[in-house]
Ligand binder design. Structure first.
Ligand code: DON
Length: 570
């Protein structure tokens, strides 16, 4: 079952889940062990230098929240294709001392001059690429505001200390690695059109640098230094803000200094649910991730999955995805703008209704429900997980949306701009880059946040906890769902992150799967049930997982081997 709970300040884990106003008793040992067992801290992120930046801050006496700032800022430097100061995301926090949980919503916001039909021509037709290319596609970034907020409100060290590793990496440079080189190659022509981006990521003659070439970003170092010295004001005001607005407007965008000055992160209640004795804490709107993962788990909770053969188990998981993604498309948007039937989507009765339309032997065509379309996606966006030795946790998924966002770097700032405006429903029924369509709930409006699939999540049982999340656009939700089921089945962190993916997002009505995710027998059985199966040409996702076993104190950190990340336990 799912419940929407306030940020908690309760006795450790005694609060458990408030579901439809009913208090569910928690197993006594859930969450923090009553006799704490010494355990180590851990960080899993998409690139070793970012994990190390977090480690440095933990070693200097910082807590998980300081480390989250250090890792995010380092990722902005060493994985600029996936997240950065020009983007935003969600930070799910758990403070061990008082079991307080909250989500810092640092999602980008539409500029005040944005309007519902801004990507349509006079005839009402969508203008090709308008919501992904050029600065009109860029929303007002949230990540720099999160840095100050996290450090000031939850950290132990100063923002200045937390940002030092990233400043060093930007100023002194880091060696180019194969995956980033691949991203640069993929976006070369776009990067070349932005002189500052070309200077940072291409050679003087405009070609792609060799692996090992040192990538230095002095302008980004200066912007990080401005934030270190002045807090968020160093980005949203003064010289940097003026350069950002000038750069965006020269590139066809509509930002103003007021847009930047008015940006604020919002603390929101995480979504909390229960699945077979496990407590699931996940991102709330404007992320659709938490509600979709919990909705799918609610549906699955009525089945004894262990009783079924593997093909039927996967069939049931796919059917739960189909229904959860449908609800995402129809109901969800920015909670500051739209009323959402979260209590309904969270209720057991609603899930029972959804479950009743599932047959164990037959796929249900999505066109019998209302619809969506998709393409496999890579490793834009990034997730990292942190656990410190006190038990504080962070699950953070942050993004500039597509690879390198728009690929435009605002001159003199070192900041690559996001194209997160594409996460809005730019026209009813028109799929975005991830094939997701939306209804009016996710229509563009001034100062609104677009709906996201990013799903940073904690899964807690009486025995331990998993901190999990991944990039992957619309695929994030299905990966977090399957990762959760795998953890609850006893899988270890390394196996969870490498598990082959399968996915259904309601429309298109097909199951995408990585080669190896389904056995020949499963393919045969699922096809016979009526599923359309499509093997993906490439792998997707880049999951970062930490698990902590309460009884032994054992901590594992694992990074998806599809990427180049590392999970470190200290
Ligand atoms: O917020 C969202 O749902 C998207 N902007 C996330 C993009 C993403 O994960 C791209 N990764 N492959």
């Amino acid at each position: 079952m799912i419940a929407i709970s306030a940020p908690r300040r309760a006795r450790p884990f005694s609060g458990w889940v408030l579901a439809c106003a009913a208090l569910i008793a928690a197993p006594a040992a859930l969450g923090a062990p009553s006799t704490p067992v010494a355990h180590k801290g851990a960080i899993a992120s998409a690139y070793p230098l970012a994990s190390q930046a977090g480690q440095e801050i933990l070693a200097a006496g910082g807590n998980a929240f300081d480390a989250a700032v250090a890792v995010s800022a380092a990722l902005a430097v060493v994985e600029p294709s996936s997240s950065g100061l020009g983007g935003g995301g969600f930070y799910l926090l758990h403070r061990q001392a008082d079991a307080f949980e909250t989500m810092v919503d640092a999602r980008e916001k539409a500029p005040a001059a944005a309007s519902r039909d801004m990507y349509l021509d006079k005839a009402g037709n969508a203008i090709d690429n308008a919501s992904i290319a050029g600065s009109l596609a860029s929303a007002i970034p949230g990540e720099p505001a999160a840095f100050e907020y996290l450090a000031r409100k939850y950290g132990k060290l100063s923002l200045k200390q937390d940002l030092q590793p990233a400043i060093r990496l930007a100023r002194d440079g880091f060696p180019l690695y194969a995956r980033l080189q691949g991203g640069i190659r993929y976006k070369r022509q776009v990067l070349q059109r932005s002189p500052d981006a070309a200077k940072a990521f291409l050679t003087a003659d405009g070609s792609v640098p060799e692996v090992g070439a040192v990538i230095k970003q002095p302008d980004l170092a200066s912007t990080l230094e401005a934030i270190a010295a002045q807090g968020a004001q160093g980005f949203y005001g003064g010289r940097v803000a003026a350069d950002l607005v000038a750069g965006v407007r020269a590139d066809g965008g509509i930002w103003t200094l007021e847009d930047l000055a008015h940006y604020q992160v919002v603390e929101r209640k995480p979504l909390v649910g229960e699945y077979h004795g496990a407590r699931i804490v996940s991102a709330s709107p404007p992320s659709s991730g938490g509600i979709a993962v919990l909705d799918a788990l609610n549906i699955l909770s009525g089945f004894d999955l262990q009783k079924f053969d593997s093909a039927t188990r996967k069939h049931l998981v796919i059917e739960s995805m189909r229904r959860a993604y449908r609800d995402r498309a129809i109901y969800l948007g920015d909670p500051d703008f739209v009323k959402m039937p979260l209590a309904q989507l969270a209720s057991k009765d609603y899930a029972a209704g959804q479950r009743s339309s599932i047959r164990t032997d037959k796929a249900m065509p999505s066109n019998l429900l209302p619809g969506i379309e998709s393409e496999p996606v890579g490793m834009q966006t990034t997730h990292f997980s942190v656990l410190d030795s006190a038990g504080n946790r962070v699950a953070a998924t942050i993004s500039v949306n597509l690879f390198f966002g728009t690929g435009y770097m605002a001159p003199k700032t070192g900041v690559l701009l996001n194209n997160t405006m594409d996460d809005f429903s730019t026209k009813p029924g028109r799929p975005n880059e991830f094939g997701l369509v939306g209804a009016t709930a996710n229509a563009i409006a001034p100062n609104k946040r677009s709906l996201s699939s990013m799903s940073p999540t904690f899964v807690e049982t009486p025995k331990g906890v998993m901190i999990v999340g991944s990039p992957g656009g619309s695929f994030i939700i299905s990966m977090v769902l399957v990762g959760t089921l795998n953890y609850l089945d006893g899988m270890n962190a390394a196996d969870i992150v490498k598990y082959p993916h399968y996915h259904h997002q309601y429309l298109p009505d097909e199951v995408d799967y990585e080669s190896g995710a389904l056995t020949d027998a499963e393919i045969k059985e699922l096809t016979a049930m009526g599923h359309t199966l499509k093997v993906s040409g490439r792998q997707w996702g880049n999951m970062q997982v930490i698990t902590w076993d309460f009884a032994s104190g054992k901590v594992e950190a694992a990074s998806d081997p599809r990427g180049e990340g590392v999970g470190l336990v200290y």
